[in-house]
Structures are given as C-alpha cells and as structure tokens.
Design a protein around this ligand. Structure first.
Ligand SMILES: NC(=O)c1ccc[n+]([C@@H]2O[C@H](COP(=O)([O-])OP(=O)(O)OC[C@H]3O[C@@H](n4cnc5c(N)ncnc54)[C@H](OP(=O)(O)O)[C@@H]3O)[C@@H](O)[C@H]2O)c1
Length: 351
C-alpha cells in the first residue's frame, strides 16, 4: 500500500520503514474496523484508538513510531489520544505527533480525531498544572503549536482539580469550544459525584460532554459500578485507557520481566506488582484466551468491547507487531456465558 523509502531504524524490536513523503494510505482502511458512537453525539470512534502516553517520547525511535501511526491509520484507527505532558520529556509526544502530521498525515486531517488534555504538571509555576482557566487555555495553545494543527477534535480536563471551582474549569471548556480550538470536550478520571455536576454545567451551556476517559481493564473494574452507567445515562461515551493494564494483560510478563518492557524501563509499571498470584491469574486467563483461539491481549480487549457502552479502548503499542496482534481482537468479540463466568472466577480469586 505504500512506496517504501528505507531509513535506518535504531531500535532492535522494530523493523522500521521511515516513509514520510512517500506514504500512501491504504484505500481499504475503513473496512477492517468497527466504529461506535460516542454517547448521543454525532461522533463515531474506532473500537481501537491509539494512545501516545508512552512509546512516542525521546527515548523511543521516531521512525518506529511513525510506522506504528501509519499502521494504525491504515487499519482504520483514526483516533489518536495525546496529552500535553506525554513524553518524556513533557510535550515530546505532541511535538513528535506534530512532525508526523507535517510529514505525512496533514492531508488526512479531516479523517483524524485528535485528542489532547491538560491537568497534570506540564510547566513550572502556578499555571502549568491542574484546572484553572489560565492553565487550560494556555496549555491548549501550546499543544496546537506542538502538534502543527489548528484545532483538536476533543480537549479533556485530564483530572479533577479540587482547588479550582468546577464552574471555572467547565466554563474554560465551554469557551474553548466557542473559540473553535476544540470541537468537543471530555472528562478524564473525574470522581462520579463531580462528573455529574460537570455534565450538567456543560449541558446547561450547550456543550455536550461526549466522552469520559477512565482506566478500565480486567484488573480494574471500578468504572462498571458508577462511571460507565452514569456516562451512558448522560449520553456520554466511555473510552477506556490502559486496557491491557500497561501490558500485564498480555503474554509479556508470564515468564518474568523482559528487557525493554515497560516494567523494566518505566516507573509507571512497578516490578513489585508482578506477584506470583498475579502471574497465576494471568496464566489462567491466558489459557482461557487460547481456548478461544486468541492471545491474552486479544481477549482482554474483546472483554472490554463486550459492553456496547464502551465506545473505544485506547491501546498503547511499542511496536507494529503489538498493534497487529491487538487489531486481531476483531476476529473473536463474542463471549459465551461459560467463558464470562470462567473469566469472572479467575478475576475474583483473591491474591
Ligand atoms: N486519561 C489518563 O489519565 C490516561 C492515563 C493513562 C493512559 N491514557 C491513554 O491511554 C493510552 C493507553 O495506555 P497504556 O499505554 O497504558 O495502554 P495498554 O494498552 O494497557 O498498555 C500498552 C503497553 O502494553 C504492552 N503491549 C501492548 N500490546 C501488547 C501485545 N500485543 N503484546 C505484549 N505487550 C503489549 C506495551 O508495553 P511494552 O512497552 O512493554 O512493549 C504497550 O506499550 C495512553 O497512551 C494514553 O493515550 C490516559
């Protein structure tokens, strides 16, 4: 699907093809993906979206990242999830994404749904963190510059700021939409009681909140209790982050901690999480997945998508191979009652 210009790739685990100007998109890219509606909005998102939290910072090969982005786009993943602070260092993922836009994706801008966020520490001083109007508006302007785009499709408040009046944060989102710098807005990690008020404020100002972004995977099921039903009742889509529990819900850690894995190199996934009882649990899940003819990663993603209220899951991938494997989720999205019970039994085991 593309003319190839080879440029040396420095990473071992990624057979990279840097192909900026010669990139020709796959004309059949939308045929292999399903799209789900964000709540009651007009927006459809691919069942799998691509996240830029890791794998697109200065410690990852840029050409390899471009391959991942091209492969995603070529397979119908048109939603890219970023944030001001993704890197490392902060801002690096957006800068890199900006170069990808310039090099090869700008002609497809209208086919892309690009997200960014503000709310975690981004720059020094009193305005580079949390949820003030000053911080959200300044941060979005920076993000747009880094990403080489005029507007984002969705802008999230990355986390609830208990020290800023909710009305100030929400009004900033309303004004950002009015300014045209974001088409839609969303909440990330808001506690349910605050999310309820936020939804109401936005609605009262004619800005519907189209997405709630929360951590949801087989090992973290809290959103099932309030967040997902609440979002659904509000006509807001739910988008799951860390659907593979940062790689735990794959075969990556079944035999220990491999070199180069997130657990080996990154403090966000700590080695002391990998207890013998967790490994037992993952091994049992892996067996269930094999019986379904799926990898553990594939089953973990399918398990999230079993719920129609989940609009999309945002996966991370450190190689095209991982992305390829994860896209195979669509080969088996159905679960029998017996399979769901067997999975619940494993997940409910103590330890
Ligand atoms: N709103 C928020 O506060 C928030 C928080 C976190 C994340 N997010 C969003 O959600 C996105 C996804 O989060 P995440 O990266 O934690 O997602 P994830 O899909 O749970 O984990 C991705 C990691 O799992 C490993 N992996 C993926 N597929 C694999 C496979 N088939 N086989 C083996 N290992 C595999 C890779 O780690 P290795 O590096 O070990 O290869 C990969 O980097 C982020 O990029 C971000 O956009 C949002």
């Amino acid at each position: 699907m593309r003319k190839i210009l080879y440029i040396c790739c420095r990473t071992k685990n990624c057979s990279s093809i840097m192909n900026s100007e010669t990139y020709i998109h796959n004309p059949n890219r939308y045929e292999s993906m399903n799209y789900r509606r964000c709540g009651k909005s007009g927006v459809l998102l691919p069942e799998l979206s691509l996240g830029f939290w890791h794998n697109f910072g200065e410690n990852h090969d840029e050409a390899c990242g471009l391959d991942i982005v091209h492969y995603a786009f070529d397979h119908g993943i048109c939603h890219f999830d970023l944030a001001n602070n993704y890197g490392p260092p902060n801002g690096a993922a957006e800068e890199r994404f900006g170069r990808y836009m310039k090099q090869s994706l700008h002609t497809h801008r209208d086919e892309l749904f690009i997200a960014t966020k503000a709310g975690h520490l981004m720059w020094e001083g009193p305005y580079g963190d949390w949820g003030s109007r000053k911080s959200l508006i300044a941060s979005l302007d920076q993000s747009l510059r880094r990403m080489n785009i005029d507007y984002v499709d969705i802008y999230y408040t990355h986390r609830y700021d208990p020290n800023t009046p909710l009305e100030e944060t929400m009004q900033a989102l309303v004004d950002i939409v009015r300014s045209g710098k974001a088409l839609y807005v969303g909440l990330s990690k808001y506690p349910p009681e605050v999310a309820r008020k936020a939804y109401a404020y936005l609605e009262a100002h004619d800005v519907h909140c189209i997405l709630y972004q929360g951590r949801y995977n087989m090992l973290t099921r809290q959103p099932e209790e309030i967040i997902i039903p609440q979002a659904h009742a509000n006509g807001t889509g739910f988008i799951a982050f860390s659907p593979l529990a940062q790689g735990l819900l794959t075969d990556r850690y079944l035999q220990g901690i491999p070199d180069g894995s997130r657990m080996a190199v990154n403090h966000f996934l700590k080695a002391d999480m990998l207890t013998p009882s967790l490994v037992d649990k993952l091994s049992l899940l892996n067996e269930i997945a094999s019986r379904r003819g799926q990898t553990l990663a594939g089953m973990a993603l399918a398990w999230l998508l079993r719920d129609e209220r989940v609009t999309s899951v945002i996966i991370g991938a450190s190689s095209v191979g991982q992305l390829k494997e994860n896209l195979r989720v669509r080969e088996n999205l159905h679960f029998s009652e017996d399979e769901l019970t067997a999975i619940d039994n494993v997940l409910n085991t103590n330890g």
